[in-house]
Design a binder for this molecule. Structure first.
Ligand SMILES: *[C@@H]1O[C@H](CO)[C@@H](O)[C@H](O)[C@H]1NC(C)=O
Ligand SMILES: *[C@@H]1O[C@H](CO)[C@@H](O)[C@H](O)[C@H]1NC(C)=O
Ligand SMILES: *[C@@H]1O[C@H](CO)[C@@H](O)[C@H](O)[C@H]1NC(C)=O
Ligand SMILES: *[C@@H]1O[C@H](CO)[C@@H](O)[C@H](O)[C@H]1NC(C)=O
Ligand SMILES: *[C@@H]1O[C@H](CO)[C@@H](O)[C@H](O)[C@H]1NC(C)=O
Length: 387
């Protein structure tokens, strides 16, 4: 409600449409009960941590550790650090689910030719004799994407250009990391329909293995969003600091074109990663998730997991500008956890599956269950509608 002054001394109340502004943050409310629609699955693969991006008229998914299913119903070796897949839209622009004959769970089918090669190629100093990055000394280069490809261009010939930043995580079998803040590689993802074919995947090249150096903020890896002709790139360091950079989507490969949010303004001087004035309060709940722009809310949105959680508890925050102010993260939905110790992780939102006019979002997470003594992954697909 707003008071409008018509003439001196006369104030009448009028109802004004609450267009979100920096002084009027969006606090989303779930409408009804979110629906678990089924599972997102490539029936030939067992893999975790899938994120998605709209690639022209299909959806590209990129996941982490991938294994083929064996004839005994258990995953086989070798292990592949990343793999990708396509899924298709239904006629309403949402996910096209099917229920196989005799099954009671609907499936959102993924397909694509991975050829047992890592989607983000490993290079020679990442123990690339195997596609898992396994080194002889038990350590491993786990090139696990934290975010799906960021699309920067769709051409009239339907080819799509996208980028991903991946940390060069060098880990031990107990998942401890040998370098707390490793360097980050930039990859170029390019899908050309006539070259790659309908079941072919985009071709991926490494642009620069150390685009962000060791101990630098890995901008773009933690999350990213292209809005109004600018790419906003979030990075998180091992201390939990979350910082923001921006660049023209056409200049992703030119590090000298980047600007950084530092102490309340944009600067072309890259700040040190231990500079306390680069941290953006409340921007996320600290865990893995997805940033996107909501047309209906005219707002930036983050949906994901709390930093101290291995449960399917989804948090949301919103902000009128990428640098904030962000609302305090709130838990708006909780899914079923798997019965493995890491029961649920890689909580993701999928703006790729919504239409600009819809007031809804799709969610997935990696649900891990112990079956026959092995941790097996599945990816429930959930539909949330907003009031
Ligand atoms: C390892 O990486 C190098 C590039 O650094 C590449 O030339 C080579 O083919 C890769 N080896 C394998 C087995 O993929
Ligand atoms: C990779 O990027 C870094 C940081 O901009 C730069 O110092 C280095 O020269 C680049 N490497 C190559 C091979 O271009
Ligand atoms: C991480 O935090 C420690 C302790 O507060 C500090 O000494 C260090 O400089 C921080 N490092 C980074 C990269 O922020
Ligand atoms: C986080 O968000 C809450 C709610 O909007 C706000 O009260 C608090 O001041 C924010 N924290 C910071 C450090 O901005
Ligand atoms: C864990 O969940 C899986 C999949 O639902 C089920 O097959 C298995 O029996 C469960 N294990 C335990 C110990 O509950």
């Amino acid at each position: 409600m707003k008071l409008v002054s018509l003439a001196a001394g006369l104030l009448i109340p009028v109802l004004v449409y609450a267009a979100p502004t920096s002084s009027n943050p969006v606090n989303p409310k779930v409408k009804g009960t979110p629906q678990v629609l089924g599972l997102v699955t490539d029936p030939s693969l067992d893999r975790d941590s899938c994120g998605s991006a709209k690639f022209n008229d299909r959806v590209l998914w990129v996941c982490r550790d991938t294994q083929n299913w064996g004839p005994n119903g258990l995953p086989t070796f070798p292990l592949i650090t990343s793999s990708a897949s396509w899924t298709e839209y239904n006629s309403h622009g949402g996910p096209r689910l099917v229920t196989p004959a005799g099954a009671d769970t609907a499936e959102y089918l993924m397909y694509g030719d991975n050829n047992n090669q890592a989607f983000y190629p490993l290079v020679y100093d990442e123990c690339n004799e195997t596609q898992s990055g396994q080194c002889g000394d038990l350590s491993r280069y786990a090139l696990w994407p934290d975010s799906p490809p960021m699309v920067t261009m769709t051409n009239p010939d339907a080819s799509v250009l996208a980028y991903t930043w991946v940390k060069k995580s060098h880990i031990m079998p107990d998942l401890s990391t040998l370098i707390a803040d490793p360097a980050t590689s930039l990859y170029r993802v390019n899908y050309v329909p006539y070259r790659d074919g309908p079941t072919g995947l985009p071709q991926v090249e490494i642009v620069n293995e150390t685009f962000w150096g060791e101990n630098e903020i890995p901008y773009g890896d933690y999350g990213n969003v292209v809005q109004d002709g600018t790419a906003y790139l979030y990075g998180q360091n091992s201390n939990g600091t979350i910082a923001l950079a921006k660049v023209d989507p056409l200049d992703i490969e030119k590090k000298w074109m980047y600007e950084y949010w530092d102490d309340g303004s944009w600067t072309s001087q890259q700040p040190a990663s231990d500079d306390p004035s680069i941290n953006i309060p409340n921007v996320t709940a600290g865990g893995q998730g997805t940033f996107y722009w909501s047309d209906s809310w005219q707002s930036f949105v983050w949906i994901g997991q709390h930093s101290r959680s291995v449960s399917a508890d989804f948090y949301i925050t919103t902000a009128p500008k990428p640098q904030g102010p962000w609302t305090e993260p709130v838990n708006f939905y909780s899914g079923v956890n798997g019965n493995y110790t890491l029961g649920a992780y890689t909580l993701q939102a999928h703006p790729s599956l919504t239409t600009p006019w819809g007031n809804d979002i799709y969610l997935t997470y990696t649900k891990t269950d112990v079956v026959d003594g092995q941790a097996i992954y599945s990816h429930p697909l959930i539909h949330v509608q907003w009031e």
